[in-house]
Design a protein around this ligand. Structure first.
Ligand SMILES: [Zn+2]
Length: 223
């Protein structure tokens, strides 16, 4: 049981409110939070009451068939690893419960404040997971479509995983600048040029080894 200290609103919360994952009733929203351990299950080792911890948005059990095959986001079933605000109460509360805490708690280093650590709970981890799932060959060329927060972290992930060249596709100038800051070699503006033509031109007609798409679903609200 975690006492919440910092939490962020995720686009998935707006999707949930808009009904894009089906009707949800009587569930607390929220899937990004850090906090202090208030109670620990008797079999959880290596953590103590009062520890500062980050909890990922996705909290798989890590022992089912899908998890064992490496698809922990799809624990049990499609998107089954997403438990907060989906199949159990989320983190927008004074306290929240973490299943399989041994595997789903991460200690926060002393010199990292909560308001920074909380960004690792979904944006960083989701982008990193996207880069991991892209099977980037060492020194390979990667395209990352869209450079919002998750896309930017996929760019970081691709760089950390050994990509040799990263081409990002975006149209917002500030995001294109951030993209280069976080490791992109080239940022293609899809409003100015056809991105496929641009990528083929930049790679001498060879194309890329891996592609990561970070395209959020469009959500429309009605008053
Ligand atoms: Zn599982």
């Amino acid at each position: 049981m975690i006492r919440t200290t910092k939490t962020l609103i995720c686009t998935s919360d707006t999707h949930t409110v808009a009904g894009s994952i089906g009707q949800r009733k009587n569930l607390t929203l929220g899937n990004e939070a850090v906090g202090l351990i208030e109670k620990l299950g008797s079999e959880v080792e290596g953590f103590s009451r009062g520890d500062r911890v980050a909890v990922n948005a996705i909290t798989p059990d890590f022992f089912c068939h899908n998890c064992q095959r490496g698809y922990s986001s799809h624990c049990g079933e499609m998107l089954g690893g997403w438990e907060f605000a989906n199949i159990k109460d989320g983190v927008f509360a004074e306290r929240f419960h973490v299943n399989q805490a041994q595997a789903n708690l991460a200690p926060i280093p002393d010199d990292l404040p909560d308001e920074k650590a909380v960004y690792a709970c979904d944006m960083l981890s989701t982008g990193m997971a996207g880069a991991e799932n892209a099977d980037i060959p060492m020194g390979g060329t990667v395209t990352v479509f869209a450079q919002g927060p998750v896309g930017l972290m996929a760019t970081v992930g691709a760089r950390l995983l050994g990509a040799g060249r990263i081409i990002t596709v975006e149209s917002v100038p500030e995001r294109m600048d951030l993209s280069r800051h976080y490791g992109a070699d080239d940022a293609v503006n899809f409003e100015e040029t056809d991105p496929v033509d641009a990528i083929m031109g930049l790679t001498g007609g060879e194309g890329v080894d891996s592609t990561i798409e970070s395209l959020g679903a469009q959500v429309t609200f009605e008053a």
